[in-house]
Design a protein around this ligand. Structure first.
Ligand code: AMP
Ligand code: ZN
Length: 142
């Protein structure tokens, strides 16, 4: 628990939320300022700021909950699709520093955008630069 974290306060019941799912490691509740009907946040109950901070078993539990919740949410609001994503870090738009996955139901013709809309100016990368990035990522994984 992080004292001044609003999502920890939701987990502890100190702040009300429209909870839609709960198990021993994960909680999900409706976003208070929804991008669409059914917009849901899925969080680990323990406080971790970034995805990479999660222990592997908790990351698996979190994705398991997202996997279950997707169809339940889409069906509840009669959605045609959903965007699922994490703002992972402040530079990526993360405002609440407690890991949370967004499930945003989408509707034909709703005027929204695909997840590609999150990017800034597109870089112009050469084949050599792309090869170098791919090699660096692979070697970082050991
Ligand atoms: P992010 O920019 O990824 O950190 O998103 C934070 C999300 O938390 C936003 O979509 C907010 O609308 C949502 N939010 C903030 N406070 C609450 C709250 N008390 N209950 C539910 N959702 C919240
Ligand atoms: Zn927290």
């Amino acid at each position: 628990m992080s004292e001044d974290c609003i999502f920890c306060q939701i987990v502890d019941g100190e702040i009300p939320a429209r909870t839609v799912y709960e198990d021993e490691s994960v909680t999900a509740f409706l976003d208070a300022n929804p991008l669409s009907a059914g917009h849901t946040l899925v969080i680990p109950r323990d406080h971790h700021a970034r995805l990479a901070d999660l222990p592997a078993d908790l990351a698996a539990d979190l994705f398991g909950a997202i996997h279950r919740l997707g169809p339940a949410i889409e069906s509840a609001v009669d959605a045609d699709a959903a965007n699922v994503g994490f703002n992972d870090g402040e530079a990526a738009g993360q405002e609440v520093p407690h890991v949370h996955g967004h499930i945003v139901p989408r509707f034909e013709g709703d005027g929204g955008a695909p997840i590609h809309a999150v990017g800034g100016d597109r870089p112009d990368l050469s084949d050599e630069e792309l090869d170098g990035i791919a090699e660096d990522v692979a070697s970082n994984l050991g």
